[in-house]
Design a protein around this ligand. Structure first.
Ligand code: GLU
Length: 402
């Protein structure tokens, strides 16, 4: 009988939701996956694709999480995260930036990405617009669309280091705008917003009742002046500033998936409600590790930051030595974002084809600029050792000379 029915019954095609059909896989994670697949086949891939620190997580964090696990700290926690971690995160922004936030103004999330995702679902409605600078991190427009809103991209310019200026963002605001999303330092460009521009933007947004969503995941990765944080404006504009941060990059804790959000009470409450139906809580023992990192891993952070600076200094001249590559030193984050359009040729005629060519022919993983809305560029991560960078660039130069 079973055999007969399995011959007769055809399963119906799976209908995906319009929401799911409208988005694709994250380009950055796709490159990571592809590099891992090639490695599994025995290809010696140099991975300059992933924005993933190569450092070990701080030993204090690892030890604290290990102890928490061993001691049975393995049950649900409050949905918004460990009270001690919420307190420590809020304290940190109060201490460093004079922010008004207390523990209750924060939610600990499953990475910064989940904070942004839950926030998008909490505050965007169909037909609304979200203004953001371009190039942009691959996930922003997808999350905005997933929530039913429309991303409105405002170009930044390579000639001035992709600085984020308030004026053009303000000009893009219409009566449909719900929020302005600023990722400074920016992934992929490293562009930053200055303190005066940020103030102008936040003040304008507050006057219109618009949210400013500040994704400050790369806040510690700044190579010029000090980082201008939206947290410094939250006391003055408490109803409209929302800040998202992450433990992933600063503390080399990507796989732990711990991030957070701080902001006005109604937004925090809505995100808490959504999280209570989505992840319940972030992983219990990972939060214990994150707390320890925040409180005690500053020496490791300083060491890592010094190494990122050295990598950046090494990488940019090497990139500019490659015929057809033009690269300015990034102001922040840990990506180089050269204009590579001068080496487009048949067979590698755009950033996607070029990234594929480099992966297949040179075994070097990079992310095509097209994924970030900048088709003339390629993103190369320097969250890897200087030896890896040197080898990757040597291979790229050799493959492009062919
Ligand atoms: N944010 C990092 C990147 O851009 C990690 C991957 C991701 O989440 O996009 O490479």
């Amino acid at each position: 009988m079973t055999g007969f029915y399995s011959l007769m019954i055809r399963s119906a095609p799976v209908n995906l939701s319009a929401r799911a059909s409208a988005i694709g896989e994250s380009a950055t994670l796709r490159v990571t996956r592809r590099a891992a697949e090639l490695r599994a086949q025995g290809v010696a891939v140099v991975d300059l694709g992933a924005g993933e620190p190569d450092f070990s997580s701080p030993p204090v964090a690892v030890e604290a999480a290990r102890r928490a696990l061993a001691e049975g700290f393995t049950r649900y926690t409050p949905g918004s995260g460990l009270p001690a971690l919420r307190t420590a995160v809020a304290d940190s922004y109060r201490r460093h930036h004079g922010a008004p936030w207390q523990a209750a103004d924060s939610v600990i999330t499953v990475g910064g990405k989940t904070a942004l995702f839950e926030l998008a679902l909490a505050v965007f409605d169909h037909g609304q617009e979200v203004v953001l600078p371009s190039p942009y991190w691959v996930t922003f427009p997808e999350q905005i669309r997933f929530a039913g809103a429309r991303p409105v991209m405002v170009p930044t310019c390579g000639e001035d280091g992709f600085q984020i200026h308030a004026g053009p963002l303000i000009e893009a605001v219409t009566e449909r705008t719900r929020a302005i999303l600023v990722n400074s330092p920016c992934n992929p460009t490293g562009g930053v917003i200055s303190a005066p521009d940020l103030r102008q933007l936040v003040a304008f947004a507050a006057g219109r009742g618009l949210l400013v969503i500040a994704d400050e995941t790369y806040e510690r990765f700044v190579y010029g002046g000090p980082h201008a944080s939206a947290a410094a404006l939250a006391a003055e504009f408490p109803d409209t500033v929302v800040l998202v941060g992450s433990f992933s990059k600063t503390y080399a804790m990507t796989g732990w998936r711990i991030g957070y959000l701080l902001g006005p009470a109604p937004v925090v409450k809505a995100v808490e409600n959504i999280q209570s139906h989505a992840t319940s809580n972030p992983t219990s023992f990972a939060m214990v590790g994150a707390l320890e990192a925040l409180l005690h891993a500053e020496p490791e952070v300083e060491e890592m930051l010094a190494e990122y600076r050295a990598r950046r200094e090494m990488l940019v001249p090497l990139l500019n030595d490659i015929p057809g590559f033009r690269c300015r030193p990034p102001e922040g984050a840990f990506y180089a974002f050269p204009d590579v359009s001068a080496c487009f040729r048949p067979g590698r005629a755009d950033s996607i084809a070029l990234a594929e060519y480099l992966l297949e022919e040179a075994g070097v993983a990079t992310v095509p600029g097209a994924a970030f809305g900048a088709a003339a560029h390629l993103r190369l991560s320097f969250a890897c050792s200087r030896a890896t960078l040197a080898e990757g660039l040597e291979r790229i130069a050799a493959a492009l000379a062919r």
